[in-house]
Design a protein around this ligand. Sequence first.
Ligand code: NI
Length: 259
Amino acid sequence: MFIDTHAHLYVKQFDEDIDSVIQRAVDSKVQKIFLPNIDSTSTESMFKLSEAYPNQCFPMMGLHPCSVKENFQEELEHVKEIQLSKNCFGVGEIGIDLYWDKTYEAQQIEAFRIQIQWAKEWKLPIIIHSRESLHLTIPIVEELHDENLTGVFHCFTGTIEDAERIARIGFYMGVGGVSTFKNGGMDKTLPEISLDHLILETDAPYLAPKPYRGKRNESSYIPLIAQRVADLKNVSVEEVMEKTTANAKKLFAKAFSET
Ligand code: NI
């Protein structure tokens, strides 16, 4: 089986046909889907979906860096409150995004650090969003990581040196639709990164892989990403499936110890 380690299937783009989206995922052997939250406005729909599909969908709580604004302390309180009252499987997505807006860079860093500390306390993996910010996120994780901290650099598009630093602290890199893009740059880096450090993700509804680029993404496209990784690394798609699924099971151990 495949695991989609990062999908926002609870957003409005899926309101009309979520049941068929889940069915298509299962039919494509994508049997588990991890849902990172965005902020307090998306919490309810995320849990609604996870409760409707308890065997497929696993909710995670975190404040997305693009939602870090003046009220980020309040938003963090919300993360903590829900985390402590509901069953969650990761802390995410969290991190730093300097692509869209740098206004709240300092607050993004603060929120990232606070949520990493919580993840250590709660012994849950972190899901890191690092758009245009690997130069900040990697050193922070290197500084704070210990035996209670594990996680993934989701939508990894860094250099081979970045990948080596991430692998050295036992973190994973999430590979998604960008790997199938001609200008994505992953054709150069992926062949150099061992499958031991990779997991698969869609980031649905965003970043659909070829040939669906620009359209709505969904979890059933995971095999297309696996095929691309297999082609770039010159291995079979079965090997990519087995290794990345084993990695995801290790990372999200809580979701697998309960089923
Ligand atoms: Ni995301």
